[in-house]
Structures are given as C-alpha cells and as structure tokens.
Design a protein around this ligand. Structure first.
Ligand SMILES: *Cc1c(COP(=O)(O)O)cnc(C)c1O
Length: 392
C-alpha cells in the first residue's frame, strides 16, 4: 500500500470554472472568481476585507509592509514555524524575536511574550499550528497594552475557530494559504485578511505594484499612477477559478478531516495511556480544521526509527520544522538563546497522513503500523517521561 502524507481533494467543479474564465477571455486579476473567493471568506468568517494573493508568503509580506515594519524594529514570533513567517520581517530589515511554544498546543507561548518585548517591538505574529488557535485573548490584550500589531499567520487555519470566531479575523491582519498541501488548495495561493478599515486602501495599492489602479477602475480618479511602495500580489483569475471550486467544499473537507483525526485519537489512545506517545491537544474553546495530525514520541531516536518504519511500509509520515532559530539563517542572524520546548517538539513530532479522501482501510493500515512498532519496542525504549507528563 502507498499512502501519501497528503493529497489535494477535487471538488469536481474546478475544471468547468477554469473553462468559464478562458471562454470569457479575461484571465487577468480580480475578475469574477477572485472577487467571489474574497467575498466567500469575508461573509463566512466575518472578516472586514479579504484580498486574494498568490501565496500566504505574499500575504505576510503585504502585512509587514502595512504595519510599516522596517530596520530596527523587532517582531515576536515562534521559532516552530515555516520560513515565510520570518522572511516577511527579515526582508524589511527588522529582527525576528523567537519565543518558545506551549507544550500542549505547540503554539506561541503567550506567557513568555511580555518578557520578550522591548521598546523596538512592533508586532506579534502568532502561528495557529495545525489549525488550532493560539491563546488569542491574551495575545491581543498584550498587543493592545503595548500598542503592537497582531498579524495572524493563519496559513494552516482556514475554517478554524477560537471562542466561535474565525482564525484570520482576530488580528489586525491575518494570512491564509491555499498551497497544494493546505486544506483548501489551488497549487499556490493565499489571502490577506484585513480587520481594520484604516489599512484597506493602502493594501489595495501595495497589492497592485504601488499604484492606485483600483481607484481608476472604480472611476474615482481619471488616470492611475505610482503612489506608494508595492509589488505584484495579484493572482491570475485562472487560479482563482480553481480555488473557488475548492472553497465551496471547505466545510465538507473539514468534516472529513475531523472524522479521520478522531479515528486516529480513538485508536492511538491506548498507546498514550501506556506512555508510548502523546496525542494532539485541542482546547475545548478551539474548533480545529484538522489541517494535520501529529503524535509526539518520547524521544528523537524512537521518532526517527518509527518514521523510517512507516516510510518503509509506504506511509508518508513526516517530521515538521527545523526550528527557525537553529536553522542556518537563524544562526546567521546571531540567535543564541535555547528554546527548550521548540527543540524537544522538533525532535519528537511525527505527522501522520491526513487527507479528505483517505479511506478507513488506509487509515487502519497506518494505525496498525504505528501500534505494532511501538508496542513491540515498548520494552526496549528508554522513556523520557517529562514530555508525556508535562501536559497531563
Ligand atoms: C504553508 C505555510 C506558509 C506559507 O504558505 P504559502 O502559501 O506556501 O506561501 C506560511 N506559514 C505557515 C505556518 C505555513 O504552514
């Protein structure tokens, strides 16, 4: 059996939507489908303004520009994340300040944020790992108290909620990803969520090469020109047509993923009781989109052996994130402080396959391979109990 780590689902409508665009003759930006995607996200998730972008990376870059992040500024973010979260800041000459993660949700530890602030801190970038929300109430209140921007890296968090509110709608800005590995996918794609009226006009300009072409198209000015810094953060209508087909199926996709993750939880809970691994933690005020499923092994060696075992059986299990602070670029930036939880999680985490079309047969094959390996090895494994018991 061959089970990939993930696989894009097809809604079925994508091809006809793309054909519609081609037949209409305008494959450029901001046509009917790009606008429909933005409207769908605004309405379903109560976001003030959404603009579709070519990637989440692009949306994060726009967010950093909109916050006027620049040389000398510091930005708080986790080290346990993808390079794009930090690149958006570093490329503007600002300094990332890495904060450790919570051992339960693996998200930015809000209890450590205040100690990491300095007079130069400009923004906090919480990353909602696996579609589970950061402690946004605390993060937003720290930001308010210190007059900082909150930019949510919600790349993995479309259709996920915190206290009933959609992720991406809670910070001043939020960024979604529609990369082929994400829950809703169009190959490469993203969106910027703008939750402040003050930033809407400038976002439109930055997204369109620093010009006021949007105002020209609406007839508000009689010619358009260069008015601000910008880039090309516009997706082609061809891509948006595909994306719209996917978006119509978001809730179905989340439901399928939920079922798969719950079956993993059910079937692996005995191993957790035996102290052989730890399952994901989702606080009850968080509604996950089940973007990915992971287990934490007691130590790196067991994780690596289980990874090889599963890969040999044709199962696309995978690790996640070399922490940014210990990466070559992080070291170039001169980062010295250890981040113990981040480092432990990076060594012990293993992702198991999740995709909406995964069959129960495929899933039981994965579960059996994990159980067999860990239970057979249970007697030899030297446990590292603090990870398993730290969270309870
Ligand atoms: C996927 C991802 C990104 C980048 O998204 P792209 O759409 O590929 O640019 C950024 N941050 C996190 C946390 C991600 O998971």
């Amino acid at each position: 059996m061959k089970i990939p780590s993930n696989k894009t689902f097809l809604a079925g409508s994508e091809l006809s939507y793309v054909a519609e665009v081609i037949a209409g003759g305008n494959i450029g930006s901001d046509g009917r489908f790009t606008r429909a995607c933005a409207r769908l996200l605004e309405e379903r998730y109560s976001i003030q303004k959404v603009v579709i972008t070519p990637s989440c990376t692009a949306a994060l870059e726009m967010a950093a520009l909109l916050c006027d992040i620049g040389p000398g500024d510091e930005v708080i973010l986790p080290s346990f994340t993808f390079a794009s979260t930090a690149n958006a800041i570093v490329r503007l000459g600002a300094l990332p300040v890495f904060v450790d993660i919570r051992p339960d949700t693996l998200n930015l530890d809000e209890r450590l944020v205040e100690a990491a602030l300095s007079p130069r801190t400009k923004a906090i970038v919480p990353v909602h790992y696996a579609g589970v929300a950061c402690e946004m109430e605390e993060i937003v209140s720290i930001a308010k108290a210190h007059n900082l921007f909150v930019i949510e890296d919600a790349a993995q968090a479309v259709d996920a909620f915190y206290q009933g509110r959609a992720l991406g709608s809670l910070g001043v800005l939020g960024a979604y990803s529609f990369h082929s590995t994400k829950n809703v996918a169009c190959g490469e794609g993203g969106a910027l969520c703008i939750n402040s009226d003050d930033l809407v006009e400038r976002a439109e300009i930055i997204r369109d090469k620093g010009t006021n072409r949007g105002q020209f198209i609406r007839g508000e000015v009689d010619k358009y020109t260069w008015v601000d810094v910008g880039s090309s953060y516009l997706p082609s209508e061809l891509v948006s047509a595909f994306l719209f087909g996917q978006m119509e199926m978001i809730e179905w996709s989340t439901k399928r993923r939920r079922r798969i993750c719950r079956l993993y939880n059910e079937q692996l809970s005995t191993l957790e009781e035996q102290g052989l691994l730890r399952l994901p933690v989702i606080p009850d005020y968080c509604e996950s989109n089940y973007h990915l499923y992971y287990v934490l092994l007691p130590e790196e060696e067991t994780r690596d052996r289980l990874l090889r075992h599963l890969n040999q059986q044709g199962i696309g299990a995978a690790t996640h994130y070399v922490p940014l602070h210990s990466s070559p670029m992080g070291q170039n930036l001169g980062w010295k402080d250890p981040l113990p939880v981040t480092e432990m999680v990076s060594e012990c985490l293993l992702r198991l396959p999740v995709y909406p079309d995964m069959t129960e047969g495929e899933q039981l094959y994965v579960i059996r391979a994990v159980c067999e390996f860990l239970q057979k090895g249970a007697l030899q494994v030297a446990r590292k109990p603090e990870l398993v018991t730290a969270v309870g």
